[in-house]
Design a binder for this molecule. Structure first.
Ligand code: MG
Length: 439
C-alpha cells in the first residue's frame, strides 16, 4: 500500500465499508497509460525510414488513418490494426497504400501506380464496410451483400491480400513488428495499483469491462501487473458473443451470405434474414452496447468472483434470482459514448454510479448538449489523482443506488425470440436452419 494514500485511507481499508459494491473499470485510457508515447515513438521510428518518402508525422497520421480501416483489412482476411496495433499486416498495408515511391515497394516490384490504386480500393472497401453498421436490419444486410459483391468483382481484392502477405514477411517490416512487441511499454496510470488494492481491501469486488479480443486485453492486464487481482473477472466483449454453437452458426451464415452475394436474386430469403437478425444480436454483444453491459451485470450477479466464465454462459438470462440481488455498481471509464452512455440507456440515470476519467486521449471529447447536461457521468475527474481521492475518501456503499431491473432490459435488447424455454432454462435457439436444435 502506498504511503501517499494517507492514514485516513488505511483506516478505511480496515472497515470493509464497500462490501457488496462492484467497481468496474474500463481498460484502455482508464487503467492503462494513455500517453501512447512508446507506441508513437516505435511507429515513427519505423516510418521515418527514408524509403517510405514520408515525414515521421505524416506517416504516423497515415498509419492512424489506416488503423481506422481495420475492419476493412479484416474483410480481406488480414489482421485488424484497430485493436491490435503495430502488426505486420497493417504496416505492409500502409506501404502499399501510401502514394509514394518506396524502396520497399520497388524491391517487391510494386509500383506507385499500384499503390494509388490500392489506396482507392481500400478506401472504398472501408466505406462499404462502415455502411454495414448503419441503418435497419434490411439496410445492413444489403450493405453486407454489397461488400461481398465488391470484393468478388474487384480484382484488386485478392491482389492486395497477396501483396500484404508478401510484404509483411519483408525483413524490415517483420523486424519492426517484432521489435514493437518487445519495446511497447504498457503501463498503468499513477495511483491505479494502490487504489485498486485499497478498494479490494475495503470489500469491493473489482472487475474489468472492456471491448476487443480476449487475448489482447488479458495481455495488457498482465503487463500492468493487475492480472492477479482481476483474475476471473475480466469481461471482454468478444467473450460475450462466444459460446457453444456460435462458430457453427457463423459458418452457416457465412455460407448463406456467399451464396446470396453470388446469385442474381438480390432479395434474401427468410432463412437468411433470420440468421442475419441473430448475427446482429451477437454484434450488439460484441461491442460496448447496453446489451453487452446487461450481460456483464448479469454475469456479475450470478457469480461475482467468476463472472468472466459466467459471461460466456448464455443461460444466465434465465435465472430468477437475478431479480432478488440488487447490485451496487460503479463504472469507471474514459469514453462517454462507450463507458457512460450505454449504462444510462440500460439502467436510467438513477441506478449505479458512473465515473468518467478524462486523463486519456478521449478527454477532449465532450458532449456539450442537453443529453450530457441531463445524463452525463455522475462524476468526472481530469486525473487519476483526483479520481483516486474520491474513490478512497468519499465513496461508500451507501452513496451508490442499487440496480434491480436489468433482466427486463436485457430481454428486450436480446430479442427473446432467439431463445426458448427448455427444461426450465432459456436456451439459444437458431432460426429455421437450426430448427429442432439448441446449443
Ligand atoms: Mg477506454
Amino acid at each position: 500500500m502506498s504511503s501517499a494514500l494517507g492514514p485516513k485511507l488505511r483506516a478505511k481499508a480496515r472497515d470493509a465499508d464497500l462490501c457488496g459494491v462492484v467497481i468496474a473499470f474500463d481498460l484502455d485510457n482508464t487503467l492503462l497509460d494513455p500517453s501512447g508515447l512508446a507506441y508513437r515513438n516505435t511507429v515513427t521510428e519505423f516510418l521515418d525510414h527514408p524509403g517510405l518518402g514520408l515525414s515521421a508525422e505524416e506517416a504516423f497520421t497515415e498509419y492512424e488513418a489506416l488503423r481506422g480501416k481495420g475492419e476493412a483489412l479484416e474483410r480481406l482476411g488480414l489482421r485488424n490494426a484497430n485493436h491490435d496495433r503495430g502488426n505486420a499486416d497493417a504496416l505492409a498495408a500502409l506501404c502499399l497504400t501510401c502514394d509514394v515511391g518506396s524502396e520497399l515497394l520497388r524491391a517487391l516490384d510494386v509500383s506507385g501506380q499500384h499503390a494509388a490504386s490500392y489506396h482507392l480500393f481500400l478506401n472504398r472497401l472501408a466505406e462499404l464496410d462502415l455502411s454495414t453498421r448503419r441503418g435497419n436490419l434490411e439496410e445492413r444486410l444489403e450493405a453486407e451483400l454489397a461488400v461481398r459483391r465488391f470484393c468478388a468483382a474487384d480484382g484488386r481484392s485478392a491482389d492486395f491480400r497477396g501483396q500484404v502477405a508478401r510484404l509483411s514477411c519483408h525483413p524490415r517490416i517483420a523486424e519492426w513488428a517484432s521489435r514493437y512487441r518487445t519495446i511497447e511499454q504498457r503501463q498503468s496510470l499513477e495511483n491505479v495499483r494502490p487504489v485498486v488494492h485499497d478498494l479490494v481491501d475495503r470489500g469491493a469486488g473489482v472487475v474489468i469491462i472492456t471491448e476487443g479480443k480476449v487475448a489482447t486485453q488479458e495481455e495488457k492486464i498482465h503487463r500492468i501487473g493487475l492480472a492477479e487481482i482481476f483474475d476471473g473477472r475480466v469481461l471482454v466483449s468478444e467473450a460475450a458473443a462466444t459460446f457453444p454453437g456460435v462458430s457453427e452458426f457463423r459458418t452457416h451464415l457465412e455460407k448463406r451470405l456467399q451464396e446470396c452475394a453470388q446469385s442474381d436474386d438480390t432479395i434474401p430469403d427468410r432463412e437468411l434474414f433470420g440468421l442475419w437478425q441473430t448475427h446482429c444480436v451477437l454484434e450488439t454483444w460484441n461491442r460496448k452496447t447496453p446489451a453487452f453491459f446487461a450481460r456483464c451485470l448479469h454475469a456479475i450477479c450470478r457469480n461475482p468472483l467468476g463472472c468472466e466464465r459466467e459471461l460466456a454462459n448464455l443461460t444466465v438470462v434465465s435465472e430468477e434470482d437475478w431479480r432478488q440481488q440488487p447490485l451496487r455498481f460503479v463504472m469507471v471509464g474514459d469514453r462517454y459514448e462507450s463507458d457512460v452512455l450505454p449504462l444510462l440507456q440500460l439502467l436510467g440515470p438513477g441506478a449505479g454510479l458512473r465515473i468518467r476519467i478524462t486523463e486519456g486521449k478521449y478527454g477532449g471529447f465532450h458532449r456539450d448538449d442537453d443529453l450530457l447536461r441531463d445524463q452525463g457521468p455522475d462524476l468526472t475527474f481530469n486525473t487519476w489523482a483526483s479520481l483516486a481521492r474520491h474513490l478512497t475518501d468519499d465513496l461508500t456503499a451507501d452513496s451508490i443506488s442499487p440496480i434491480e431491473s436489468a433482466p427486463d432490459v436485457f430481454f428486450g435488447l436480446a430479442r427473446p425470440r432467439h431463445f426458448r424455454l427448455l427444461d426450465g432454462r432459456y436456451q439459444w435457439h437458431w432460426t429455421t436452419a437450426f430448427d429442432g436444435r439448441s446449443s
